[in-house]
Design a protein around this ligand. Structure first.
Ligand SMILES: *Cc1c(COP(=O)(O)O)cnc(C)c1O
Length: 445
């Protein structure tokens, strides 16, 4: 075994548990993280790593064409390829938001389309790692696992259900009833997951799933399980790779349970440790005002953190008041002078709709990041020549209901400034012609 990886306590950086063990927290109650033998990894030069990763990127040699497994040495170095459960995730397109960027005065604006993936969100990146490791444990007979369970705001459950179905592993998902989109709800149902719709919110589901997985017969798939972070961290690595290993100046990323922002930092940190990059980009974690415990903590200068009860938001996948990965996120944000911003329901809806007009098709969470970015531009913090990346976390199609409500003027309390509702007409030549001409008069100067 040339490379090595294990769990350790994420607060102290100490302790060692094997990846085959079923363990989510250290004895002190802190979260774990996956540690890698960096000295072994440094045995390969930065140039050699870049060349290896570029040679695999989007190619056909399974599973290395996956954005996650192309970086296998830095993810799960010792899992046999035959145990990997991959749906060819990652390696998503980096959309040059040229028109939107020009409109905002920052022509170097890019949107990392993590939602263009098998189940329509970035959750696939972490889930391929977690389900692969579970598959490996089951196949090796080292532990008895009956199935895998998660609490979800909709996207984690979709990813878990799909990867488990592909591997033939039983999955159980706990969802807050009526608080996820119809498209998200149908995904675990279709993939034959036991789908439990509970009369509580996400935080309530998260409490229950931790109790349910206590006796270790069911494996816990939430992002407090640090295996997920190993897959998700490849987003930052991939963004660098897509810029020919250059680092952007700013990254705006929506945050709920805060696993993803922690993952983004971990990827950059490891690239820096390997000598592939020399600095960490400025990261802004973006929250919906309705679910903003991290933003509130940031505003106290990180002196205090209080869990809140998250209120209703269009950005339902980040409706979380008691984020599990907050300690990891806060540690990284403090270390690298990261920022936190928030967006109101009006701001996120408008930002999303404005960007859509330039060819994107954003989910409300991406709307939160876009609205936060607009505030940074308006305040002069993001400057014209700087390169900005917005991490889009899900596909807009998963939130078609919310998007349609905006355009039909049906979102309570929201003014649909950028609405473009369908025009209902008699099916005759003159009516259609007149409607087209009226439109042309308005839009073509
Ligand atoms: C899960 C999710 C997030 C938040 O990620 P965290 O790791 O919980 O902070 C953001 N957007 C979408 C669409 C998600 O599904």
């Amino acid at each position: 075994m040339k490379y090595d990886a294990w769990f350790r306590d994420s607060d102290s950086g100490t302790g060692r548990w094997e990846l085959d063990e079923i363990v989510y927290r250290s004895p002190s109650g802190g979260l774990l993280e996956v540690a890698h033998d960096l000295n072994a990894l440094k045995g390969r030069s930065p140039a050699a790593w870049m060349q290896l990763w570029d040679s695999r990127y989007k190619r056909t040699m399974w599973p290395f064409g996956s954005g996650v497994w192309g970086k296998k040495e830095l993810v799960l170095p010792n899992i046999p390829d035959s145990d990997i459960v991959s749906l060819d995730e990652g390696a998503t397109n980096l959309f040059w938001a040229e028109r939107f960027g020009r409109e905002l005065g920052i022509p170097d604006l890019w949107v990392k389309q993590c939602g263009v993936s098998h189940t329509g969100s970035f959750k696939d990146l972490g889930m391929t790692v977690l389900v692969s490791q579970v598959n490996h444990i089951i196949k090796s007979g080292k532990q008895k696992i009956m199935g895998v369970a998660c609490a979800s705001t909709g996207d984690t459950s979709a990813a878990l259900a799909a990867y488990c179905a592909a591997a033939g592993i039983t999955s159980v998902v706990l969802l807050p009833r009526g608080k996820i989109s119809p498209a998200q709800l149908i995904q675990p149902i279709a993939n034959n997951s036991l789908t439990l719709a509970l009369d509580t919110d996400f935080d309530g589901c998260m409490d229950l799933v931790q109790q349910l997985t206590e006796d270790k017969k069911l494996y816990l798939a939430n992002s407090m399980n640090s295996l997920r972070v190993e897959g998700q961290k490849t987003v930052g690595i991939e963004i660098c790779q897509q810029f020919d290993w250059e680092i952007p100046d700013w990254i705006f990323i929506p945050g709920g349970n805060l696993g993803n922002v922690s993952a983004l930092y971990k990827g950059f940190e490891e690239l820096k440790d390997l000598g592939i990059i020399t600095r960490i980009p400025r990261i802004v974690c973006c929250q919906a005002e309705a679910a903003n415990p991290l933003y509130r903590a940031y505003k106290t200068g990180w002196k205090e953190f209080h869990a809140i009860t998250a209120a209703e938001t269009q950005a339902s996948a980040i409706r979380i008041g008691n984020p599990v990965s907050r300690s990891k996120a806060i540690k990284a944000l403090m270390k690298y002078d990261g920022r936190v911003e928030q967006a109101s329901e009006q701001e996120l809806a408008d930002a999303s709709a404005r960007a859509d007009r330039t060819g994107l098709f954003n989910c409300p969470h991406t709307g939160v990041a876009l609205a936060s970015m607009i505030k940074y531009i308006e305040r002069g913090e993001v400057k014209k020549g700087e390169r900005v990346v917005v991490v889009s976390t899900a596909h807009g199609l998963k939130f078609g209901n919310v998007k349609a409500d905006y355009h039909m003027g049906k979102l309570p309390g929201i003014v649909s400034t950028y609405a473009n509702p369908p025009v209902e007409l008699k099916a005759d030549r003159q009516s259609v012609y007149d409607a087209v001409m009226r439109h042309m008069d308005k839009t073509v100067g």
